[in-house]
Unconditional design. Sequence first.
Length: 384
Amino acid sequence: MTKAEVRIKEVTSFFKNRDIDLGYRKLMDCAIDTQDLKIYDDLITLTDWKENHPLDEDLLITKSLEILDKIAQIPITECNTSHPVVKGKELKKSYGTNRFTLGPISIEIHKGEVYGLVGENGNGKTTLLRVLAKELKFNNGTVNYNLDYNSKNDYDLRSSLVYIPQRTEKWYGSLKDNLKFVLSSYGVPPEENETRVLMMIARFGLWNYKHLKWSELSSGYKMRFELARTLLRQPEVLFLDEPLANLDVLAQQVILEDLKSICNSVNNPIALILSSQQLYEVEKVSDKVIYLKNGKYKENTETAVNDSNSQLIIEIDCNSKRDTLKDAFTNLNLKKLVFNGGIYVAYFSIDTPFYTVLEAMGKHKIEVTYTRNITNSTRRFFVS
């Protein structure tokens, strides 16, 4: 089964299980893969109908599946993602004697993959993003770009290589007009321009906000419009600096899932690197997680596998006293129990199964507010 067929089957499953919001977003991703403006027009018309008939879910599912059948008939060529599009070797950025130094860092970035960049404040996340995005000069090392649109001209390169800072600049005028201006600057004809802009507006759930001005939007919707503007340019590599900072928990999850789906496009995949303090949300969607500490980095997957002193590490939020927890874990090879910022962190022998820890807490009637296995999470670096 091809990647396009897998995505179509996934959409069918979402609608079958009446997970309509997610199914509709995934449907639009399948449509964007086709680059067929007639399909775009069908979905634009359906989106307008959908906003005016919010309760008619059965008919929406029927209409959506009809469009999905059309999409399934369109052949899509899968993009080769085996070669890195960005390759940094021994990169080093210094801000002067006795000041912060990033690196040396070597890294490879592939299309279709999401890279989470995490670490405490002041450890070089923004610096690394800006260096890779050619926003900031580095002192030592090399960065090579293997993009579809190869050019020695930095202006042309930045069409494929886009960096979005945490605080974006204010837009002026209608939001829709701003998006149309992006495509007009690339010479896209007016009719096609309108169709592509409306399709992107629909994809990011901005249909009812397209005629508003920047000052009339919340921070979350401003970020959505910024992403829409960026993706209209069809970048190959996207660097996002703290895109979740001003979003509520639900919005964070939706944006991350949307970005992962868009980056996994069949014929136009994007390499995405995003920095964030939201560890668990980022880890859920990331193919690789890079943790920065004092300008140096660890790839989370490699560290977890190769650490000779690896242990089962559990976070536990409960009102029980330390001795109560230690009694519960008497027979579970508990190595250490640390009280870290209001939450216990328990270290067990790696041979201890996580489920036995849960069973022990249940058996001793410990009221647990929250628990998580952080053995393979970058969270373990923060509590060590």
